[in-house]
Design a protein around this ligand. Sequence first.
Ligand code: NAD
Length: 361
Amino acid sequence: MDFNLAVIKGDGIGPEIVDEAIKVLDAAAAVYGHKFNYTRVLMGGESIDACGVPLTDEAIETCRRSDAVLMGSIGGNTATSPWYKLEPSLRPEAGLLKLRKSLGLFANLRPAYLYDDLAQACPLKKEIADKGIDLIIVRELTGGLYFGARSTVEQNGVLKATDTLTYNENEIRRIAVKGFDIAMKRRRKLTCVDKANVLDSSRLWRKVVQEVAKDYPEVEYSFMLVDNCAMQLVRDPSQFDVVLTENMFGDILSDEASEITGSLGMLSSASLCETSFGLYEPSHGSAPDIAGTGKANPIATILSAAMLLRYSLNLGKEADAVENAVREVLREGYRTADIMSDGCTQLTCSQMGDAVAKAIR
Ligand code: NAD
């Protein structure tokens, strides 16, 4: 089949890591008989330099017309880059926020997976790590505390700040549906994380999630309080498959979940809307400190491309092939500088892309 992908290479190591992901996508296309047509879209610093703004309306339209967007990373050195002397709405990150908003990307997916061959990078005790980590955080991205009304006022000489946490049932339902859909593509287990012992919004989440669950009888689901979840993630992360949660809890838990796998260069992410369309990018930034040195690890971006295959193009076999290829290359002892260990062979960014592409079956 033919698919149209918008490609945002971005800044720093963005172009290097995206080139490797494209190499791997093309290898998968050759093996499975597909064709990917790529359209370059500028965003972030590269768009500021070329167009004066971090994202143009034409760029948004190109993304909207595509089947999915593959992205590297945007931004420069925040201390030295001239992009950060611009007003906030013209800085690189404003482009990404505008894109997420314009495309209605309300669901953020962050998988945390511990590769057997990288287990020494896991900061947890060996007996915990040995049970494995293979979970995905499904976080609501456009509602809750970060988007509610806020104010700071002075009353009788005392400053008072207020943030509001609001969700309506439709916002909860659409993310719950995403969570259950994803559980159906994985091990069919979902944990909804909230603070229902205190918050009304959490109690509404529970009610709506229970309603949605009726359409997914194959998925085993449960509820967990967020404080307990933070603890369980370090005591026994193997118990989790899909973790469904609201915006702020997801923000915190997804960082915790990534940390327990030990390596930033390996972590993919996706942001989805109500259709199958989505934006796929590594969890890390543009690493300007190593841009152009060949030291960037392209695996997070390659794994983001695997998510793109699975969630936007519904190509599960092809996604498995990419993930298996990454596993095989690591098992053979190939590493980029950030995950290098004794007895392994160090590869450049481009060599790692070659190795993964070659291992696609
Ligand atoms: P960063 O994630 O870019 O880098 C943190 C550290 O990890 C650096 O030492 C870097 O060299 C290393 N690193 C990151 N990715 C790596 C990879 N793939 N391979 C090897 N090493 C890697 O975070 P930062 O330095 O705080 O931010 C740099 C820029 O990235 C800033 O402008 C920031 O705003 C931006 N940023 C963008 C996004 C995004 O595009 N979604 C996300 C986070 C940060």
